[in-house]
Ligand binder design. Sequence first.
Ligand code: NAD
Length: 379
Amino acid sequence: MKENFDFLMPSVNFFGKGVIEKIGDRAKMLNMKKPLVVTDTVLRSMENGPVAQTLASLDKAGVPYVIYDGVEPNPKIRNIQEGKQVYLDNDCDSIITVGGGSSHDCGKGIGIILTNGDDITKLAGIETLSNPLPPLMAVNTTAGTASELTRHCVITNEKTKLKFVVVSWRNVPLVSFNDPMLMLDVPANLTAATGMDTFVQAIEPYVSTNRNEITDGQCVEAIKLVEESLREAYANGHNVEARTKMVEAEMLGGMAFNNADLGYVHAMAHQLGGQYDAPHGVCCAMLLPIVEKYNIIACPERFAQLAEIMGENTEGLSVREAADLSIKAMRQMCDDVNIPRSIKSIGAKPEDFELMAENALKDGNAFSNPRKGTKEDIV
Ligand code: NAD
């Protein structure tokens, strides 16, 4: 637990059904003359989907825009370079991201290399940015990474297959939009993957060495909301109440890890994502029960509390027994939303483990893990 800390708050987030209609007016308020809309082809092709609704609001407000729709999942350096070129060729002055974590991180990455130098690999790390990004707004469509309000920008170097993070308060979008109605058509497997990411983003800060009382409160509420709503959102994507609660959980978890950081689940998931181009939420979910079981001895009371927060009956149990129940609850959640149990499912190969383990221990998320591990532990 940290006693002295700085606490980063996201600026403005529009939350609720229909808030996407406000984006045109906000673009005008921010004096955006020609934003680059950063998204992918799936979202762009959806009839009356998140991109169409964003563009309709910009049209209504009379704000011209240019579209870059080349974002790939686990966005690559080539995506941010392409996006930057489209921005410059069209004299854009600002950025609007539409999508999940990949679109937001790609938009942040474009902004970073426009104002902080072309080689983003040199900017990996914490608070490395000297200059502000162009004005940035984020329309979020998954619940999710919370990238629409975090200081993180996660990019994959396609040549080295390494995923790295640029962490800076300058990355936080000026305005973000979380409209649950934009998430109703997220397919079940993506609901599971992104929802499990939210779950992990509330659990890791709860046991992080950088946690504080404020992030604890955010984590507790986020975990309860995921317990109440992820299974329901997975079972029926059009359950608006469940989708809304998942957005609330996502935002709370995002605020928590913006300040308390994460742990080995994310440090290791970045290696799997970079190496095998696998969905981030699935990587996190597969690792969650295994890594947290390993972590228990570092802070058993915290895990016993987690069991209660997750709705387990811990009456009459020892701290260790209660702590073990939290792992059971994590495993149950993974099973209920059909997360594969083995990293073989994403093509992971034992011959890659040593290098991935070395890199996981260097990942920025590793330093706040409650238990300090060795390369052999990670392997
Ligand atoms: P994503 O953005 O990669 O999207 C996955 C797929 O879902 C895409 O094909 C997209 O078109 C589709 N999709 C998105 N919204 C949809 C909708 N409303 N309806 C239908 N389809 C939709 O997925 P993600 O999990 O949101 O983002 C993952 C990325 O974010 C990873 O690169 C991960 O490392 C990163 N990440 C970033 C942060 C951060 O704070 N910056 C935190 C965690 C993860």
